[in-house]
Write a protein that binds this ligand. Structure first.
Ligand SMILES: [Zn+2]
Ligand SMILES: [Zn+2]
Length: 169
């Protein structure tokens, strides 16, 4: 994504510039709002244009405000500094920014948990709310656990992953 001090990003629908420190809309569905590649919209009607393609079951637009120019420059700086995942040592894949058409169906980004049930659990258990990105984080954990289990099953020459392939420690 090209950086300009003239505006923050372009509306993913009508391509009108969204200025710094101003109002914009994003989708409540977390797969639509990845930090750099997600959709941003200048208006609710523009948000509505992505719905037929995205086929959400339950979606609404969230009014948000864009960062200031200074904040955004700091964000960009921080992001370019992060190239490795410190905890796992795995390289983070930084996808090319394609604001007009992020892939919505890639299973790499799909939510693998029943978000409403997960939120309800947290609510019942501790009367706490759950931030939107948590579903992404949990989905990544599940993907990682499955990847490890797949390796384990493969090493055993099996075509089925089993409970014992998930390490508990
Ligand atoms: Zn627009
Ligand atoms: Zn959406």
């Amino acid at each position: 994504m090209e950086f300009t001090d003239q505006y923050w990003r372009l509306c993913s629908s009508c391509k009108k510039p969204i200025k710094y420190s101003s109002k914009y809309y994003e989708c409540n569905v977390s797969t639509c709002t990845g930090r750099r590649t997600g959709y941003v919209f200048c208006s609710v009607p523009c948000w509505e244009t992505h719905l037929p393609q995205a086929r959400h079951r339950d979606a609404w637009a969230i009014e948000n405000s864009s960062p200031s120019l200074v904040q955004y420059q700091q964000e960009l700086k921080a992001e370019s500094a992060v190239s490795k995942d410190a905890t796992s040592g795995r390289r983070l894949i930084i996808k090319p920014a394609t604001p007009a058409a992020p892939s919505l169906s890639a299973s790499q980004n799909e939510i693998l948990v029943v978000v409403s049930k997960m939120k309800q659990y947290v609510k019942d258990r501790a009367d706490m709310n759950t931030a939107g990105e948590v579903a992404d984080t949990l989905s990544d954990l599940i993907r990682r656990a499955c990847d490890d289990a797949i390796d384990q099953a493969r090493a055993d020459g099996r075509k089925t992953i089993m409970t014992r392939d998930f390490k508990q420690d």
